[in-house]
Design a binder for this molecule. Structure first.
Ligand code: ATP
Length: 846
């Protein structure tokens, strides 16, 4: 069913049915956690992998494949001896899992950079592990191969991991401490302490890289490669597996269903400390369907990621004076921050005519708005003012106002729920790279001090924006100087408007996230009236506002490429977690303090099961080069593509070529012969939903047609997003919402004459904006497919977070905004109009 709405600001919800269990991998259910063994992990990885092949007749049966994996598993850790490490002197066992676990993007980025500068220490890497991974490779690549060549028989199959010497580790530590990459330094330090060496692994974003170069001192590869070197045939084959997939599986981070836990309603609802009437509300809001799959809850595994966040440039979101009350054991960086407390409450009370007002939309929607009071007059700091322009401009009806609002009609059920309450705090433990964040410490300290968090523990400094289900406030955790974005949702409104499920979904998704381009949820709690999410604050506004500020109202192509690339990584990560985002638009892409992006707003997202799938690439359609088929026997031949089997005499007399030239030639020969590798795809391709959700101009045709949709909708919206930021408008916008929807469904894609956009960009949009999802780029292999498009040629995915962003938000100085909580105003009155009463916090309602 399709529905359109006269007001672009209204949110629409239509029914949804979702086959959320379609991807449940029974093999992964109910398995007890065992002590770590690399073999177990690898087995788990591949148990979760389904070999998909277009030519099943050639492949072994799946059972046979799994059997072979089991057979190949040998339960022993990788042990690296000095001799193995070729002079590097590793004396303690280092497991692959440890290596993988300790890695994250920032590490990889740092290490890759450091390694380039290091002197080359080993002439050739050595074999570290000839057991599990070799067999694993063999099983995956060859046993499942459609190729009829029995490549797995080779004896020389090796997997190599190189290590940097101790000084590398210290260099890394030095560098990381200088650059402030605390997490990396810590991990490197840990590695250095435990083994005396830092594991040196190059990683590309979301892809682990390993190093398998026989003839290179410094690996330049950025994918995790398990290379099989067949000594006899002299042919090398590489299996490249996305790091995040491997790491996720190894660390049980993917939402592979591991257990089905019977729970009662009581377990699922009251454990969160909800009040009785709220339990009723929750149930009435069909939470039972969320929390219970039949009579069971299917729990996702704890999710986290090897990714690390970009360094917080200046801990801007920590007030510059740390009060004594908060016994900070934070990083020196935080502690040495200067104390600039120029903003007593008087400052806050001065300003403010621009206090939050309830927008008509919000009022219509019945959502809560915090009203301004005398105490709520916040003198907005200049940077905050800038950052929040959009929300204000919306309320004021500026020309830059986005006309796009989300529509989200659904009554979906999902198969996941790891916490069935809206109270508690997020676990920093599941977010390795953020666990040392000062804000975690502040939250934990407050929780310890107060028992549990409540709204009264936050000073709501100003409203950042309002949406369909709540309002977001810039807030300070009292007595900690730590700044957060707190999303406040009115329980009654949520229940009466049947939005409880959306709030719950958003909370659950936020809890899973641990990615540089996605927000961190620090805590969530429930009061009598409000459900609150305490999130990372993003001060740079959003891409809609930023685009409006461009002279042409559109971004230059380089800038657009940067933003869409980061969005792509965020979407890729979400899909790997089994989250289909469904609401991509510039308004939801916030700009961080450092100019990188943060995708926000997950209340329309769909959670679904995702199963890693190994896609077998077809062998090259064309046969080997003619010269290869019929080796040249002319010893004087100098044809560059004249290839010979290694056992034959080369056309070039060896003496004529230097060793390097020979290596180059061999490499190019092998590259020409390489058979496409199987590709691990962790994309919820088979998820299906019938919800009518999204934003009119961004809705995919299959949503409009009500045909049921899956993860490909995100690639459609990705195409619209790229179009809008390049051209300053969306491609199918009509004069009414109905026209827009009709255009999306039937109108051909056209590109304006200006601004000039490259053919690569247009080609990418064309491929993304295919009306039929199955023809759409990304449909089959997800983000990996899109990343390979020539539009992104030359982009270093691993280092994009270290790239200089197109624009930096203005300097942010909370010293001018945040009052000194230790000084004058000790009243319970909050800055934005709520009071601590006997019954808890009350907001002044409009
Ligand atoms: N972490 C954050 N940091 C800074 N501003 C934020 C943050 N999260 C949200 N905002 C601002 O608050 C506004 C509303 O937030 P959000 O989109 O999450 O609310 P919503 O009710 O889900 O909206 P929607 O109707 O789009 O679903 C956003 O447009 C953004 O401007």
């Amino acid at each position: 069913m399709m529905s359109t709405f006269p007001s672009s600001k209204e949110i629409v919800e239509l029914g949804e049915e979702m086959d959320s269990n379609s991807n449940v991998n029974e093999d992964t259910i109910g398995k007890p956690l065992k002590k770590y063994s690399i073999e177990d992990d690898i087995n788990k990885l591949f148990e979760a992998i389904d070999i998909r092949s277009s030519r099943r007749s050639i492949c072994k049966s799946e059972q046979g494949f799994r059997d072979s994996l089991h057979k190949s598993a040998m339960k022993r850790p990788m042990r690296v001896s000095p001799s193995h490490a070729l002079g590097i002197g590793i004396s303690e066992s280092v497991s692959l899992k440890q290596a993988l676990r300790g890695l994250c993007i920032s590490q990889a980025s740092e290490m890759a950079a450091v390694k380039k500068r290091l002197s080359k220490t080993s002439a050739s890497p050595s074999v570290l592990e000839e057991g599990a991974i070799t067999r694993l490779y063999r099983a995956v690549v060859f046993e499942a191969s459609e190729s009829d060549r029995p490549l797995c028989e080779g004896k020389g199959n090796v997997v190599e991991i190189s290590f940097t010497p101790e000084r590398s580790a210290s260099n890394i530590l030095d560098k990381t401490s200088q650059s402030g990459y605390a997490s990396m330094a810590e991990i490197s330090e840990k590695n250095a302490q435990s083994s005396g060496h830092a594991v040196d692994v190059s990683i590309q974003e979301a892809k682990i890289t390993k190093i398998i170069t026989k003839d290179e001192d410094v690996p330049s590869s950025t994918n995790l490669c398990f290379e099989l070197s067949e000594s006899e045939s002299e042919q090398n084959r590489k299996l490249e597996l996305p790091y995040s997939s491997i790491g996720s599986v190894l660390d049980k981070k993917l939402p592979v269903l591991d257990e089905i836990v019977p729970v009662s309603d009581e377990d699922s609802i009251t454990s969160g400390g909800l009040h009785k009437e709220q339990e009723g509300e929750l149930h009435s809001a069909s939470l039972s369907s969320v929390f219970n799959a039949g009579s069971k809850i299917i729990k996702p595994l704890n999710t986290s990621s090897p990714f690390s966040k970009p360094r917080v440039r200046s801990q801007n979101f920590v007030k510059k004076v740390l009060p004594k009350k908060f016994p900070v054991s934070c990083s020196p960086r935080c502690q040495t921050s200067k104390l600039v407390n120029q903003a007593p409450d008087s400052v806050l009370k001065n300003g403010s005519k621009e206090l939050d007002k309830v927008s008509p939309t919000s009022r219509n929607n019945g959502s809560l708005e915090v009203c301004s009071t005398a105490h709520g007059l916040v003198k907005t700091g200049r940077m905050v003012t800038k950052a929040d322009e959009r929300s204000r401009s919306r309320e004021k009806g500026d020309s830059s106002q986005s006309s796009k609002s989300s529509i989200g009609e659904y009554s979906s059920t999902t198969s996941y729920s790891d916490e069935s309450h809206l109270s508690g705090s997020s676990r920093s433990g599941s977010r390795p790279h953020m666990s040392k964040d000062l804000r975690w410490e502040a939250i934990h300290y407050a929780q310890k001090q107060h028992g549990s968090l409540a709204l009264k523990h936050f000073k709501l400094l100003r409203k950042l924006g309002g949406g369909d289900i709540g309002s977001v406030y810039l807030s300070e955790l009292v007595d900690t100087n730590c700044i957060f974005a707190v999303k406040v949702m009115d329980n009654d409104c949520l229940a009466s408007r049947k939005k409880m499920l959306r709030a719950q979904t958003e909370k659950e998704i936020l809890e899973m996230l641990d990615h540089p381009f996605l927000p961190t949820l620090y805590a969530h709690f429930l009061t009598n009236k409000f459900s609150c999410l305490v999130m990372e604050y993003c001060p740079g506004g959003d891409l809609h506002v930023l685009r409006q500020k461009q002279p042409t109202k559109s971004f230059p192509e380089q800038a657009a490429r940067f933003y869409v690339a980061e969005v792509l990584l965020a979407l890729e990560y979400l899909h790997m977690l089994g989250v289909i985002y469904r609401d991509l638009k510039p308004e939801n892409v916030l700009v961080r303090e450092d100019g990188h992006i943060m995708l926000s707003d997950f209340d329309l997202s769909l959670r679904c099961a995702v199963k890693p799938t190994l896609l077998k690439s077809s062998p090259p359609a064309v046969g080997p080069p003619k010269k290869m088929a019929s080796p040249c026997s002319d010893s004087s031949c100098i044809e560059p593509f004249c290839l010979h089997p290694s056992w034959q005499v080369s056309c070039f007399t060896p003496g004529f070529l230097s060793a390097a030239a020979k290596t180059r030639k061999l490499k190019s020969e092998l590259a020409a012969q390489v058979i496409p590798l199987p590709q691990l795809v962790v994309e919820p391709t088979s998820a299906r939903s019938n919800s009518f959700v999204g934003t009119h101009e961004y809705l995919a045709p299959e949503i409009i047609k009500g045909e049921g949709h899956g993860s490909a909708v995100d690639w459609w919206t990705f195409g619209i997003f790229l179009y809008e930021i390049l051209y300053g408008k969306t491609p199918f916008k009509g004069s009414t919402n109905e026209d827009t929807l009709s255009n999306v469904a039937s109108q051909c894609l056209k590109f304006p004459g200006s601004p000039m956009v490259s053919s690569h960009a247009r080609d990418l949009m064309r491929r993304l904006l295919k009306k039929e999802p199955e023809n759409r780029l990304g449909y089959e292999k997800g983000a990996a497919e899109i990343k390979q498009h020539p539009f992104f040629d030359g982009l270093n995915w691993a280092l994009i977070r270290c790239e200089t962003p197109p624009e930096l938000p203005r300097v942010f100085d909370l010293g001018n905004l945040i009052p000194d909580t230790t000084s004058q105003d000790k009243s319970n009155k909050n800055q934005i109009g709520y009071e601590d009463t006997r019954d808890g916090i009350e907001f002044d309602m409009f």
